[in-house]
Write a protein that binds this ligand. Structure first.
Ligand code: ATP
Ligand code: MG
Ligand code: MG
Ligand code: MG
Length: 481
């Protein structure tokens, strides 16, 4: 189907990558790196925090990015953004969700960010404009911040009627990653699930399940210091986040995230595993603590458990691990006491969860395959032609291998393998020279002293993993004794 979760995700990534020149990056792990105050990755921007703060090494790969798009695995349980208590009570807060995001690092700002978002929602996804409401920062006198009238005017220029452009205070329209760190005024897009010509402005940001926030566009301009004051960032950035599950709900014409193809197979599997009544959808207050809520909680929590365990966070006794243990125990309680499930139900859901989340993996693999197949064919022909022209005892010329590696994206180990199959060796000393020259030109390698010998396989791996090679990189990663 045209609006299946995996397709919606792919369309987002492609829109920013192909139409608007963003570089596509993979999701980071949900386990935060180098941020001791964060339990889980809670937003797409987490991995870019050093860019916002201006602390990134200027020659690193990260510092080269101007426009980025990705889909980030997020967990919001514990910490500043804690949604655990809402899960199961409503139909649009999860402990684990995917955040689709686009970024400008010192590149475009408010106008382009808003207009790209509007273009995607109304032209690509074809969401009716009259169902959308946008909010902007209404100012805060205690912090001496003015209302973001520039943002309001941008929306009006894009044709959003004034009755759908609403100011909100700090609490709603000033985004902060944590108690300290990058922050700024934001503008949010909300969707009215009911429609029918009514004016739903009064329901925006009121916690109504009928009008739900789908996308947040943050204009990163400040850093919140430990003392609570704001200091301006060296550059202006855009950081956006849209919940995939909420977007898919809109596009599949559902009212609840649990009725989309991202959750329905898991709910079915729960039913198969415990018998009893089927999931009925949200039935209001009567749900609390009852079967329908249990279905939602278990489906949510098992996704979170799968993702966290995959990323190396196990249920345990402190920090994120303790939070995961609480999530697991909540799920166990709902399974056994509300759904009367036999022991083992939770684990039995794992293949279904993997299936749902892995449809993404199938997509990524297919897209990558498509991108490489034609290069593979060209490269194979180049290798064959070169081999035909070679003297019997010659090594494979480094320039050709370098071109396969650099221009056609052949991993070095693949080149080695394909040559080995023909009984030929690469002239690796000459290849190392080329790689070394290239690394110097790109400024990705810092040589200390004369005797550093480049381990080119490691360098290639660092390149392909987008790991910046900087002064602080462990030396063993690119040197051999
Ligand atoms: P809400 O007000 O609904 O709690 P938020 O303002 O806390 O959302 P942001 O921090 O602005 O959310 O995150 C960006 C987007 O991520 C949201 O617009 C929403 O689509 C999605 N999102 C946020 N929290 C969740 C969650 N717990 N479950 C699913 N999606 C979420
Ligand atoms: Mg929230
Ligand atoms: Mg909000
Ligand atoms: Mg928000």
């Amino acid at each position: 189907p045209r609006q299946a979760g995996a397709i919606v995700r792919a369309a987002f990534l492609r829109f920013f990558q192909e139409r608007h020149g963003h570089r596509r990056l993979p999701s980071a792990s949900v386990r935060p790196r180098g941020d001791p105050h964060l339990l889980f990755v809670n937003a797409g921007m987490n991995q870019f925090k050093p860019i916002f703060l201006g602390t990134v090494h200027p020659r690193s790969e990260l510092a080269q990015y101007k426009r980025v798009v990705n889909s980030q695995k997020c967990v919001r349980a514990g910490g500043k953004h804690n949604d655990l208590e809402d899960v199961g009570r409503d139909t649009y807060h999860h402990t684990f969700f995917e955040m689709l995001g686009n970024w400008s690092f010192g590149d475009y700002f408010k106008e382009e960010a808003c207009s790209m978002a509007w273009e995607l929602l109304t032209e690509v996804y074809e969401i009716p404009k009259d169902r959308l409401y946008v909010t902007y920062f209404g100012g805060d006198s205690s912090l001496g911040l003015n209302a973001d009238e520039e943002c309001r005017d941008i929306w009006l220029c894009l044709g959003v009627p004034a009755s759908h452009v609403l100011p909100f205070p700090l609490k709603d329209n000033f985004w902060e990653m944590g108690d300290t760190g990058p922050c700024g005024p934001c503008t949010e897009i909300h969707y009215d699930h009911v429609g029918g010509g009514r004016n739903a402005a009064a329901l925006v940001n009121q916690g109504s399940p009928d009008v739900v926030e789908i996308w947040n566009l943050v204009f990163m301009q400040y850093s919140r210091e430990v003392e609570g004051n704001l200091i301006p960032l060296p550059q202006h950035h855009v950081d956006t986040g849209m919940g995939l599950e909420r977007l898919v709900t809109v596009l599949q014409n559902k009212h609840s995230n649990y009725d989309t193809d991202l959750f329905a197979p898991i709910l079915d599997a729960i039913h198969k595993g415990c018998g009893g009544p089927r999931y009925q959808g949200l039935v209001g207050e009567a749900d609390i603590g009852a079967v329908n809520m249990a279905y939602r909680v278990v489906a949510d929590h098992v996704r979170t458990l799968c993702v966290c365990i995959t990323d190396g966070i196990y249920p345990g006794l402190s920090g994120a691990e303790l939070v995961l243990r609480r999530i697991l125990r909540r799920a166990v309680r709902f399974c056994s006491e509300v759904l009367h499930a036999p022991p083992g139900l939770l684990a039995s859901l794992v293949p279904t969860v993997v299936d749902v989340l892995v449809s993404k993996n199938c997509y990524i693999i297919n897209e990558n395959e498509a991108a490489f197949l034609s290069s593979l064919e060209r490269g194979r022909r180049i290798i064959e032609r070169t081999v035909q022209q070679m003297e019997p005892s010659m090594d494979f010329p480094a320039e050709v291998a370098w071109s396969l590696y650099g221009n056609l994206g052949f991993p070095l180990d693949l080149i080695d393998l394909m040559l080995e199959e023909k009984g030929i060796r690469l002239d690796s000393a000459a290849f190392d020279e080329l790689a070394l020259e290239d690394a110097k030109v790109r400024g990705t390698l810092q040589l200390e002293g004369e005797n550093v010998h480049l381990d080119v396989h490691s360098l290639a791996q660092l390149h392909s993993n987008n790991v910046p090679v900087t002064d602080d990189s462990p030396k063993y990663a690119y040197t051999l004794g």
